[in-house]
Ligand binder design. Structure first.
Ligand code: SF4
Ligand code: SF4
Length: 278
């Protein structure tokens, strides 16, 4: 069976992909992912060692976290999966001005448990097919790092691997614009299999953002309540400070805080790149 169909089957079987927390277990939290594939020896991963930092993993290094016998890089593939928010979540989020909608808070807060379920089931299914693979989201070593170049970073960039797999480009606000827009989250899987690569052609890293095309748009600048986005790009520390402040000031009493990770995400909706490549 094709990997795409396996991913869809696993996704469709998820028990956690719903808004049970908000009393709506019949409403899905995320849509089926867009899927792209890059080569394990794509020179773009050399570039990331330089651009993000030497701590950023090569696909082979990820494989070595789980397996002793690591194949040649050319025999590995990076499968990148872009999960769009649902139309209902985006509709509510468009109306949010200072604090995200309930759906947004919950879909972000429950992302990690959802990915544990999704990645765990996907890896098991592929291993049952006799394929060796590693999900980045299941690796305990996957953590935040400080990049000399970029500030906040991590050992693996899901967004960069999605770019490598031809799934879209970066944008003024740092978000990743895919064919289904920027209201998304991403996961990556490294697999030893001869899967067809999805080429990115000669696309530049910001080609799908209107601001970088012709200086127009800038709608994400206006969506940010604390001016963390400007013509110069995204100020990660201002954004992170606002997220801490927003949690302290506006967390809704009807949603349990628990160990949710919070993401404001106002700049991901009510903009021309919300749902599509603009
Ligand atoms: S809202 Fe406009 S300027 Fe901002 S990322 Fe999207 S296309 Fe680029
Ligand atoms: S996530 Fe919120 S605070 Fe951060 S840049 Fe986007 S709108 Fe601004």
């Amino acid at each position: 069976m094709e990997i795409k169909q396996i991913i869809y089957d696993v996704f469709d079987s998820l028990e956690k992909n719903n808004f049970a927390t908000l009393g709506r277990p019949e409403d899905p939290m995320w849509e089926r992912p867009l899927i792209g594939v890059s080569a394990g020896n794509d020179p773009y991963y050399d570039f990331l060692k330089d651009h993000i930092g030497p701590f950023h993993w090569y696909p082979r290094e990820v494989f070595g976290l789980k397996y002793k016998n690591v194949p040649k890089a050319e025999n590995l593939r990076v499968v990148s999966m872009v999960f769009p928010q649902t139309e209902t979540t985006k509709k509510h989020q468009r109306k949010a001005k200072v604090f995200p909608s309930d759906n947004w808070v919950v879909s972000r807060g429950e992302w990690e448990p959802l990915m544990q379920e999704f990645s765990g089931k996907l890896v098991k299914r592929l291993e049952d097919e006799g394929l060796r693979c590693v999900s980045i989201d299941l690796q305990n070593e996957f953590k935040k790092m400080h990049s000399e170049n970029l500030g906040l970073a991590s050992k693996w960039s899901h967004r960069h691997s999605a770019f490598a797999a031809g799934l879209g480009t970066f944008s003024l606000s740092d978000g990743f614009i895919s064919e289904k827009g920027k209201a998304i989250r991403i996961s990556s899987l490294i697999i030893e299999a001869d899967i067809m690569i999805t080429p990115r052609g000669d696309r530049g890293p910001y080609d799908w953002c209107l601001y970088y095309q012709d200086g127009s748009c800038g709608k994400c600048i206006k969506r940010c309540p604390v001016e963390a986005i400007s013509e110069k790009g995204h100020e990660k520390y201002t954004c992170a400070a606002y997220e801490d402040e927003a949690v302290a000031k506006y967390w809704p009493s009807h949603i349990e805080r628990g160990d949710y990770i919070f993401g404001c995400g106002l700049c991901q909706t009510d903009i021309p790149c919300e749902n599509k490549k603009p």
